[in-house]
Design a binder for this molecule. Structure first.
Ligand code: A3P
Length: 298
């Protein structure tokens, strides 16, 4: 077993000794899972040194982060000859200051990821003009995916009902904060040439096109045969299969992989409330338009 898998297993074991109410805590007003993102880590992360050639993936939780981790690792392997097939997501806010030190000492190019709000991503990423790819997903499916993840992850408080989770998500009282805050903050950075935003839904519609755009953005040149191979290896089925037995949360992370599962969960009233929230926060924004809410959520 790799070190990173051992770390995840030991964190999961640790969760057994933590009371439900201690599993989440607030740092600068935002909730985080205590076991995965201890406070000393988040403090230390503020001085994290980014590099110009880091390859960075950013996602609000449950927007398709692990899918894109798989895609980017394959792009990097194909174009830079580096094998990054670790089974752990490369989240810079995870595990504790020692883990951060290992990342800081790692050779270039580093593949890094984060769920942090853009204003809480270490400032060196902006100073170095590091390229960041951001993936978003429609809020209804994001909420459903988060709900299932929350219920099946030992480091998060157990037993939350659908109704409770729904209302926590709507008020931003979930780990990493409010979905709407994240979208609005990236809206302000949409014209930054070092930022590329993609949506889960457009990748579902045409993954090969997405892979071409992503590899071009990061300056990685793929042949068409490589694009097709990565597309095949990154299907939901293929990724779920390759995660089984190795990723302890494999079946939770690779749950259903569809657009529109919200229809099996939301009541008409909950759906209307989300429509109202979307209109209130994101109507008229470019990122709101990119999410294609009408097509996917109404
Ligand atoms: P569901 O819970 O709706 O199935 P994250 O990695 O950010 O936690 O996001 C998890 C979501 O991405 C899950 O959604 C998961 O099924 C979906 N996902 C993971 N791999 C995927 C793939 N290869 N294709 C499509 N969706 C994928």
């Amino acid at each position: 077993m790799s070190d990173s898998v051992v770390t995840l297993v030991s964190k999961t074991e640790m969760a057994k000794n933590v009371s439900e109410e201690d599993k989440l805590y607030r740092y600068k007003g935002v909730l985080y899972p205590h076991i995965m993102c201890p406070e000393d880590h988040l403090k230390r992360m503020e001085s994290f040194q980014a590099r110009e050639d880091d390859i960075v993936l950013v996602a609000y939780p449950k927007c398709g982060f692990n899918w894109m981790v798989g895609v980017l690792r394959k792009i990097i392997a194909a174009t830079k000859g580096m094998n990054l097939e670790s089974k752990m997501p490369p989240l810079i806010e995870f595990f504790g200051p020692d883990a951060l030190k290992i990342v800081e000492d790692a050779p270039s190019p580093r593949f890094l990821g984060t769920h942090m709000h853009p204003d809480n991503i270490p400032s060196s990423f902006y100073a170095k003009k590091t390229k960041m790819m951001v993936i978003f997903r429609n809020p209804k499916d994001t909420l459903v995916s988060y709900y299932h993840f929350f219920r099946n992850n030992p480091v998060l408080p157990s037993g939350q009902s659908w109704e409770t989770f729904y209302s926590n998500f709507m008020s931003g009282d979930v780990p990493w904060g409010s979905y709407f805050d994240h979208v609005l903050a990236w809206e302000k950075r949409l014209d930054d040439p070092n930022v590329m935003v993609v949506t889960y839904e457009e990748l579902k519609q045409d993954l090969s096109k997405g892979i071409r755009l992503i590899s071009t953005f990061f300056g990685c040149s793929l042949t068409e045969a490589q694009v097709q191979q990565i597309t095949e290896e990154s299907s939901f089925k293929a990724m779920k299969q390759s995660s089984s037995g190795l990723h302890s949360l494999g079946d939770v992370v690779f749950r259903k992989g569809e657009v529109g599962d919200w229809r099996n969960h939301f009541t008409a009233e909950q759906s209307q409330k989300m429509d109202d929230a979307f209109n209130k926060h994101l109507a008229g924004t470019r990122l709101g338009a990119k999410l294609n809410y009408q097509q996917h959520c109404q």
